[in-house]
Write a protein that binds this ligand. Sequence first.
Ligand code: FES
Length: 182
Amino acid sequence: MEESKDRVKNLSRRSFFKVATLGIGTAASFLLGLPLIGSIVGKGKIFLHKTYSRLVPVKDIPNSFSPVKRPSKYHFPKTDQDAYITTKKMENVWVVKKSEKEITTFSPICPHLGCRYDWDQEKKLFVCPCHNSIYTIEGKVVSGPAPRGLDTLPTEVKDQDVLYVEYERFKVGVPQKIIIGY
Ligand code: FES
């Protein structure tokens, strides 16, 4: 009788440890899996929120080659979505208009290491203040450490001749143009 009571006790102790081990194992797997889920959701996020932002009517963009060689800089409100949080911030792009049908839009970020470059009206070139990469108005590298030319952005003309831009972010410091976000 005594022996069978001991056996029952031992069995229930063993069952308890089995259930506890299973529970701890499941919790650990879940916690270890969180970063993976996060990275998948995070990567998905990059491709979920690309949108075209309204820039300016095409007729209002001055010709960038005549009478003066000068690109135009346009600011626009950009919406960022991070999980459930939506934020708005101002962003800008450079627009080079050759004719009504030939318009190029550049990301404002230097492809060397990510500083914001500017237009030098005296030199008639884009110049990055950080490490002195210099680009033509067409975005080609003239000198400096930049591994590639300025990054062009996709545009669309709609709503009766209004220029829209899809803002993209690219990997810096590499010769290839690789999108890393919007
Ligand atoms: S970040 Fe522009 S030259 Fe280095």
